[in-house]
Design a protein around this ligand. Structure first.
Ligand SMILES: Nc1ncnc2c1ncn2[C@@H]1O[C@H](COP(=O)(O)OP(=O)(O)OP(=O)(O)O)[C@@H](O)[C@H]1O
Ligand SMILES: [Mg+2]
Length: 272
């Protein structure tokens, strides 16, 4: 707990005393969290616990009622969502937000837009520059697709809406990575997947992390197999409060956690 603060141990992303009220409902109450470079943090908790709310606060979709979020020490709350992406925080959503009619490749290129400098006037009057930038984005998108999943890359010219659910989830991860984030936030990446798709997803996430050792990940998940194997640390939320934090092995043994969550969803795992 009181280990000396070294550049390696200092938080990359940090939340302090985060509270989020919607009228009379307290969706989040005084939650603290921290995430270091290269770390994978799991977030678990029952439905309505405040997991997505936390991601929405971090990414600027919600402005917390109180508390602060800092990336490398810089205060993020109050900044618009697009600026937060540009600073290095990318995410996927619980429900798919792909452009169904656009190709797989174009969906990834769109994830690159925060790095594109060409505005609409330049696109018209300096076409060559705009085209060069688009070509570079397309090349990067191809590379990303290949790295995330070769099968997905093979389908790059198909409309995203035609992909099976598991590939859509992979595509969302590739699109989020196109902004070259320092932090990647995944909201239930395995939802709607069967066990074999979830295994493939875990492999994809592992290879993304292996290629980017500094990338920090926060993963909200209901699938305890994924939570048991990927994150180094797990944060448990319940009714908007932090119930526990530690390794999966530690938190799964805490009776209140078992009652609140594992008791309902992962009792077999907890007992295993
Ligand atoms: N924009 C909003 N307006 C009003 N209430 C909200 C809003 N967003 C979230 N809430 C409420 O805050 C609480 C936490 O919601 P949240 O979506 O963060 O839960 P969650 O842990 O992600 O749940 P799930 O596992 O079902 O996705 C819920 O009671 C929800 O209804
Ligand atoms: Mg949610």
């Amino acid at each position: 707990m009181n280990a000396p603060v070294t550049p390696e141990s200092r938080a990359l992303l940090e939340g302090k005393d985060l509270t989020m009220r919607f009228g009379g409902l307290v969706a989040m109450a005084e939650v603290d969290f921290s995430l270091r470079k290269g770390e994978v943090l799991g977030i678990i908790g029952p439905n309505g616990a405040g997991k997505s709310t936390l991601l929405n606060i971090i990414t600027g979709l919600y402005v917390p009622s109180s508390g602060e979020v800092r990336l490398e020490g810089e205060l993020l709350n109050g900044q618009p969502a697009h600026r937060i992406v540009a600073k290095g925080i990318a995410r996927t959503f619980q429900s798919s937000r792909l452009f169904a009619d656009l190709s797989v490749l174009d969906n990834v290129i769109i994830g690159r837009h925060t790095h594109m400098k060409t505005g609409i006037f330049e696109a018209i009057f300096n076409r060559r520059k705009a085209e060069a930038e688009l070509d570079a984005a397309a090349e990067l998108a191809e590379g990303l697709l290949k790295a995330v999943s070769r099968e997905l890359h093979a389908q790059r010219h198909r409309p995203a809406g035609e992909l099976p659910q598991a590939d859509r989830r992979r595509l969302e991860i590739a699109r989020a990575l196109a902004s070259e984030p320092k932090v990647l936030l995944l909201d239930e990446p395995s939802s709607g997947m069967d066990d074999s798709d979830t295994d493939a997803l875990m492999d994809d996430i592992r290879s993304v992390c292996a290629e980017r050792p500094e990338l920090a990940l926060m993963i909200i998940e209901h699938d305890m197999r994924l939570i048991a194997s990927l994150p180094q640390r797990v944060l448990v939320l319940d009714y908007g409060q932090k119930l526990a934090e530690g390794t999966y092995e530690e938190v799964r043994l805490i009776p209140r956690v078992q009652e609140a969550y594992l008791g309902r969803k992962g009792a077999q795992h907890a007992q295993a």
